[in-house]
Design a protein around this ligand. Structure first.
Ligand SMILES: Cc1ncc(COP(=O)(O)O)c(C=O)c1O
Length: 496
């Protein structure tokens, strides 16, 4: 059985200990279906949640690990929070719809959902013992924060593994949340040094008390995004498309672990959208088998994640970190906002909304613009994408960008250059509409990571060529939900 898809109790002693542990701490697990549609969460619990700080390690915050939190994050929103970018800003007629990840609890990024998806099968099968094990979360910064947050709720030890070059905001958050500073493992390099993260995990794995929850490989990450993120985006599209005049054309997402891209597999099946994967031009792994350094934090590369259904990819789009760094500055500086307001006539609400976009979110928007231009989309078309996190995770990047890219001064002229060059002037360069050959090439590239380096068998690797393999993964969802119900009942009724 592929890792992370356990759906029966493997170790009943550990399972019983876990139930007792949860009972002692009054923790309940949300069902996957409740995260997909939080109307399934009882009104009593929703009322209770209003008084719970969304940024505290309160077990009830597990019931906020979904897209339906409102802007205050204290109550649920009937439609996930989103923005529809105006064409004055994007330069294209198509509607670009961005669903906001900074409404998620504790880490203000949707990666806490992936962490839940990877941990829950271990808990339900008795393969993770919160009384003894340390949960190890390999990441480029947000997944490990999500994992540490959930570990704090469970009151178990955890280890965040991330490259040393990630944003200061990520490290600041981690320092406040880990129980011991040695639980932050800084690996060499930046964003594109995922191999070094794996190496650190192999070292940690030598200690049998460490359980590695490898988001790049564990299908729980795929399953939860396809089940939870996909329908959230569908709901947003339905809301924006009240008048039934729009056609959803694509789902665009930059790939880190490729978990989010699983939402595209869902959307393709219900709305017929194209799947577009964005990657940094400075490290064009899918586009050119390339390598390099970049600053689009969160999209680790130089590898093809095991859980990436690459053969279902319709477009690969390269976006430069020069664009994302510069637009981050344009959207989050006084001079940039004044320029957008005065010269580009961007309205005040949109200006405020833009602060919900972190670096990879800006990359997603640029990917959506490039797709819209390539496909010559018009006013009746929509492109869906996500903002994994918001600009609050990158405040310290602003000064760095001013000195690195604008010789220490970002003025109105610079703002005009950035707007003209990176938004209005976005072209269809580095946009590949994949044919069968391109897809096979991308798929085959994964062999070197997974079979040669990481010990996956060729059979397991090749099994993922079959589209039916990916659909069959979804069978675990009702099984997990039934197991969660049973688990919660045991926690509640003390009959473990
Ligand atoms: C800020 C940010 N953007 C994008 C991604 C990529 O998401 P995924 O891992 O689901 O591909 C991540 C992943 O950690 C991230 O932290």
């Amino acid at each position: 059985m592929p890792i992370g898809l356990e759906h029966e109790i493997v170790d009943s002693d550990t399972y019983k200990r876990t139930v007792e542990w949860f009972r002692g701490k009054n923790i309940r697990l949300p069902k996957i279906s409740q995260l997909a549609d939080p109307t399934g969460i009882s009104q009593d619990l929703r009322d209770e949640l209003i008084g719970v700080d969304p940024d505290s390690p309160d077990p009830r915050n597990l019931f906020r690990v979904h897209w339906h939190n409102d802007a205050s994050r204290s109550q649920f929103a009937s439609v996930p929070e989103h923005i529809v970018l105006p064409s004055e800003l994007t330069g294209v007629d198509a509607r670009i719809i961005v669903v906001l990840g900074n409404r998620f609890p504790m880490i203000k990024a949707h990666k806490v959902l992936a962490a839940y998806g990877c941990l829950v099968p271990r808990l339900l099968s008795g393969m993770f013992d919160p009384t003894r094990h340390r949960a190890v979360w390999p990441s480029t910064g947000n997944y490990c924060r999500g994992g540490v947050a959930i570990s704090r709720i469970l009151d178990c030890r955890s280890v965040a593994v991330l490259p040393e070059g990630m944003s200061e905001e990520r490290f600041g958050w981690l320092q406040n949340w880990v129980t011991d500073p040695s639980d932050i493992v800084r690996t060499f390099g930046t964003e594109s040094n995922v191999k070094e993260i794996y190496d650190a995990c192999h070292e940690l794995e030598k200690d049998p008390d460490n359980v590695i929850l490898n988001q790049f490989k564990e299908f729980g990450n795929y399953v939860i995004h396809r089940t939870v993120t996909g329908p959230a985006l569908e709901k947003v599209f339905g809301f924006v498309n009240k008048n039934k005049q729009l056609s959803a054309r694509a789902f665009v997402s930059a790939s880190g672990s490729a978990g989010t891209l699983a939402a595209g597999d869902y959307l393709k099946s219900v709305l017929g959208t194209d799947n577009c994967v964005v990657e940094a031009l400075e490290c064009p792994t899918l586009l050119f088998n390339g390598y390099g350094e970049h600053n689009i934090q969160g999209i680790g590369d130089k590898h093809v994640p095991f859980i990436h259904n690459v053969l279902n990819t319709d477009f690969a789009v390269g976006v430069s970190d020069a664009a994302t760094d510069s637009l981050n500055l344009l959207f989050n500086s006084e001079v940039g906002q004044a320029y957008l307001s005065k010269r580009a006539e961007v309205d005040a609400q949109t200006l405020e909304d833009l602060t919900n976009l972190g670096l990879s979110s800006i990359a997603n928007v640029l990917g959506a613009i490039k797709y819209a231009k390539y496909m010559d989309l018009g006013t009746s078309d929509a492109v869906l994408t996500v903002a994994t996190d918001g600009s609050e995770m990158y405040r310290t990047e602003l000064d760095k960008t001013v000195s690195r890219r604008f010789s220490g001064q970002f003025d109105e002229l610079s703002a005009a250059e950035v707007f003209g060059r990176y938004l209005l002037g976005a072209t269809i360069d580095y946009t590949v509409e994949t044919n069968r050959f391109d897809r096979q090439r991308m798929f085959n590239l994964g062999y070197y990571t997974w079979v040669e380096q990481q010990g996956v068998s060729v059979e397991e690797f090749d099994a993922r060529r079959d589209p039916g393999f990916w659909d069959a993964l979804m069978d675990v969802v009702p099984q997990w939900d039934a197991m969660i119900e049973d688990f919660n009942a045991r926690v509640t009724t003390e009959t473990a």
